[in-house]
Design a protein around this ligand. Structure first.
Ligand code: NAD
Length: 260
């Protein structure tokens, strides 16, 4: 259903972004990958997604903390695909620490990557979408865009912020066929979650092997991690014509966490 469309998915060399990139490509969209990693591994990923789905797949290494790099990524995508129809703001980082000890440079980096990068990317692509009468902005927020947890001050602030930004884009794009929605995952097993185990254990003063049960899945009633395939399927649906009236929403994919 997405043949002829082209997408930029930030932070798509790993985890949820990669899952969404796979799903969009499988639906026929051309995809610009982005994110960090080993260049040879990324090239293999790029070639595999392109070959498996018979779509054009490119890669840009733009650092989401750098507005100029984001603009250049958009220019490259336009040069290669002709236009950008779908933007998935997914790149994100996490830091777990009590407020009193929270490093201010971590606060700045989380706000830059998880929130401001989305503004810069949308700013560079939004007018073109409106002019063509079709556009899809998908912001990968979090259950932490809707509710808080302790020790994640910067992350919760950035994710609540991007839910607000999502709504403003929706209002500005509404008459022009451009929708904007936030996907709000609960815990998904990715490197971002794996890397929290140590700090969660320290901050909550529990053993490392208790973190999964007592922190990650404690508030997730399904008692299992959500999957990147579940995020990809929702993203594809939101890009379709039949999702044209869904805009300005923050959709939990969290196993019931925010139903509490
Ligand atoms: P991940 O660590 O697997 O992937 C993060 C991606 O972002 C990687 O491709 C990485 O290279 C990229 N990235 C990081 N810093 C970057 C930068 N400065 N510039 C460009 N790319 C950068 O993490 P994930 O779990 O897949 O997270 C993806 C998104 O989903 C994030 O926004 C995260 O907050 C959100 N999320 C994750 C979960 C979860 O449980 N995993 C839950 C809710 C929301």
């Amino acid at each position: 259903p997405l043949e002829g469309r082209s997408a930029i998915v930030t932070g798509s060399t790993s985890g949820i972004g990669l899952g969404i990139a796979h799903a969009l490509a499988r639906s026929g969209a051309a995809v610009m990958l982005n994110g960090f990693g080993d260049p040879a591994e990324i090239e293999t990923l790029r070639a595999d997604i392109a070959g498996d789905n018979d779509v054009d797949v490119a890669y840009d290494a733009a650092d989401m903390t750098k507005p100029e790099a984001i603009r250049m990524m958009v220019e490259r995508a336009v040069a290669r695909f002709g236009q950008v129809d779908i933007v998935v703001n997914n790149a994100g980082i996490q830091h777990v620490s009590p407020i009193g000890k929270f490093p201010s440079e971590k606060w700045d980096a989380i706000l830059a990557i998880n929130l401001s990068a989305a503004f810069h990317l949308v700013q560079s692509t939004f007018d073109g979408m409106c002019a063509r009468g079709y556009g899809r902005i998908i912001n990968v927020a979090s259950a932490h865009g809707l509710v808080a947890s302790p020790f994640k001050s910067a992350y919760v602030a950035a994710k609540h912020g991007i839910v607000g930004f999502t709504k403003t884009i929706a209002l500005e794009g509404a008459e022009f066929g451009v929708t904007s929605n936030a996907i709000c995952p609960g815990y998904v097993w990715t490197p971002l979650v794996e890397h929290q185990i140590e700090d969660q254990a320290k901050s909550h003063k529990i053993a490392r092997d208790a973190v999964i049960r007592e922190v990650f899945l404690k508030d997730q009633p399904t008692k299992r991690f959500a999957t990147v395939e579940e995020m990809g399927a929702l993203a594809v649906f939101l890009c379709g014509d039949l999702a044209g009236s869904i805009t300005g929403t923050a959709i939990p994919v969290d196993g019931g966490w925010t139903a509490h």
